[in-house]
Design a protein around this ligand. Sequence first.
Ligand SMILES: Nc1ncnc2c1ncn2[C@@H]1O[C@H](COP(=O)(O)OP(=O)(O)OP(=O)(O)O)[C@@H](O)[C@H]1O
Ligand SMILES: [Mg+2]
Length: 405
Amino acid sequence: MNVLIISPGYPADMPEFTRGLSESGAHVIGIGDQGTHALPDLVRHHLSAYIQVPTLWKTDVVIAELRKQLQGKNLDRIECLWEPGIMLAAELRAHFGVPGQSIEQAHCFRDKEAMKIALEAAGIRTPKHIAVNTVAACWDAAHEIGFPVILKPIAGAGSSDTYRVESADELRSVLPLLRHVNTVSVEEFIDGEEFTFDTITVGGEIRYHNVAWYRPRPLVARSNEWISPQVIALKDVEQADLADGVKMGQDVIKALGFDTGFTHMEWYRKADGEVVFGEIGARPPGAHQVDQMKYACDFDVFRAWGQGIVQGKMDIEFERRYNVAMIFKRARGVGRITRIEGMEELHKRFGEHVVWETLLRPGTPRRDWRKTLVSDGFVMLRHPDLQLTMEMADAVGSELHLFAE
Ligand SMILES: Nc1ncnc2c1ncn2[C@@H]1O[C@H](COP(=O)(O)OP(=O)(O)OP(=O)(O)O)[C@@H](O)[C@H]1O
Ligand SMILES: [Mg+2]
């Protein structure tokens, strides 16, 4: 079986997914804009061929290059696990007659307006929303929905250009910031906790799912530099107060007719218990959340996905053993990291529960916390008990400090 994977070398966990395909028995052909020499070793090892294109974002260029290089070789699957390439993958499938997600289906995962309309038709609770492309329409929408509202691009990612707007005054000051966005979604602001529902789905059946809890909500985490944002992959996904969210996730997969692959949904739970749909991607979550799944169940999640794609089944066993918390740190100050405080102390207290740590070392330039989810590195730790997991995560948040100058 020949599987084409788009951008096998980027972002960070694509090499592992490439491995997952090849270890499941596929000939994996990569296509990307990176030079061969820039590909991580793991990718090179698991690719049968690599096609370098000048850009991935001109579909006709990609098609022409593929035609030339494939020399009549058939493709059985075309996969992309990276948000910007979801439509490209669907367009290539349509062009080369390869099974998998169609352009119409992909559109519902990429365009947040189409997504919500499809889900509402299936009876799923979404935030009230109005898509607008003029300033006047934005005012009308805000008044119709009522403050506070959320303003965001209909095809955004990484909370870019997303604003919570409390009042007419705030709307006046936010509108100029959105001038470059073609279509803005004005949404009812949903107050509550925020979770994910992530799946590996095979032939329309959910074979594995994960629920992660964001502490605090991403928009808050990404608006306040002092916060050390946490994501906790939960061990007990059967617990009663997640049941409505999990049920919603299952309904969403059905409603959108998702067939095979990874999905990443976000949902809200209000104080009164009502659950509300947030968004869904036809791809895994980023920022090492897939690695959290791996550590939660000690299983090869990348290969499980690959098996689903290549063999149309997933029989890799897994057992939910741990809650896995990832805590992202942001240094104080600008420039280069000068020191890390509190690490030894925390290591003594619970070092045995830490599975991964990527904090930037002294001498390294700080990253721009607004542009990267991983900030200046993270600590990943795990424990079967949620309360203890949260206590350790909070200690990393408040007792571990990076400084830069
Ligand atoms: N209607 C809403 N009510 C409350 N909060 C919202 C709403 N829409 C978005 N948010 C907040 O903004 C964040 C980003 O929005 P959303 O997830 O839709 O966009 P995104 O840019 O695709 O995000 P990402 O790629 O980071 O997941 C959400 O995680 C949530 O915290
Ligand atoms: Mg989101």
